[in-house]
Design a protein around this ligand. Structure first.
Ligand SMILES: CC(C)(COP(=O)(O)OP(=O)(O)OC[C@H]1O[C@@H](n2cnc3c(N)ncnc32)[C@H](O)[C@@H]1OP(=O)(O)O)[C@@H](O)C(=O)NCCC(=O)NCCS
Length: 241
């Protein structure tokens, strides 16, 4: 979180040089190009062999990647059911409209997935899903970031270190693709998720309603969290410079 010490001074010596229109356009183009390159990677997980299998805390699972427009019908059903089971309560009365939004987001071509798969007795045909993370490469505050749209584990798979493992993978994917940060939205009512992300050293972003305007923040049911990987992202997304 920003402190008096680490807040970067806006003016260092005399008048700070403002970037020219050409420089601004050049930066925008560079950010777009980073996003294009990251989106073009067919399988982000393939580059991280340490994350292909998770065997700890009495659970043995495999991670597999996917994308929104290639989800099978059973996968779509699974995602919808898990979202309802985990999120109906924290969303409260907002759930019916939010559920519609999530159904659309789920199948978008930009949606990238990492699935947690379990194969009882080693049989591929008996494979079953235990959870997933849905992420995207997007631009926030003119910076390229990975936005985590969903991180969902089945109740039976929670508390075994899998959520942390998935977020570590997402952070690796973000860094490998030169993204400035990982960002996500959490319902304020979802105190367990908030505690989980705080433990993983995510902080409330300066773009979150509660920090943009505390009065507006009180009326909103969510916070935007982030973890930044470079000084520019820290300045824009954490410190709010
Ligand atoms: C939130 C969620 C993704 C966390 O995943 P998980 O696999 O259960 O969490 P992990 O077992 O990986 O926990 C990682 C660390 O966070 C801590 N942690 C997890 N839940 C916590 C909680 N409620 N309070 C405090 N710490 C918590 C763990 O103790 C662990 O710490 P350690 O590394 O020191 O041992 C998972 O519980 C879930 O799917 N919840 C329902 C859906 C949801 O709310 N998703 C988030 C929407 S934004």
């Amino acid at each position: 979180m920003a402190t008096a010490e680490n807040k970067r001074p806006r003016i260092s010596s005399g008048v700070e040089k403002r970037p020219s229109r050409k420089e601004i356009l050049g930066r925008k183009k560079a950010v777009k190009e980073l996003i294009r390159k990251a989106v073009a990677v067919k399988d982000h997980l393939a580059q991280f062999t340490d994350f292909h299998k998770y065997q700890r805390n009495g659970i043995s699972v495999y991670l597999e990647s996917g994308r929104g427009d290639l989800l099978t019908l059973p996968m779509r059903k699974y995602i919808q059911n898990l979202l309802k089971a985990n999120m109906e309560e924290p969303y409260g009365p907002e759930w019916p409209s939010e559920e519609k939004v999530k159904r659309r987001e789920m199948v978008a071509p930009e949606a990238r997935y990492i699935f947690v798969m379990q194969y009882p007795n080693g049989f591929i045909a008996e494979g079953r899903l235990l959870g997933f993370v849905h992420y995207r490469f997007v631009v926030e505050e003119d910076l390229p970031v990975v936005y985590v749209y969903e991180l969902q584990m089945e109740p039976s798979a929670q508390g075994k270190g899998l959520g942390k493992f998935m977020m570590l993978l997402i952070e690796q994917i973000a860094c490998k693709n030169q993204m400035g940060a990982v960002m996500l939205t959490v319902q304020k009512a979802n105190t367990l998720a908030m505690a989980f992300y705080t433990k993983l050293r995510y902080v409330i972003s300066s773009t979150s309603p509660s920090r943009v305007d505390p009065q507006v923040g009180l009326e909103q049911s969510y916070e935007i969290l982030c973890k930044t990987f470079d000084s520019e992202a820290k300045s824009k997304l954490e410190d709010g410079d």
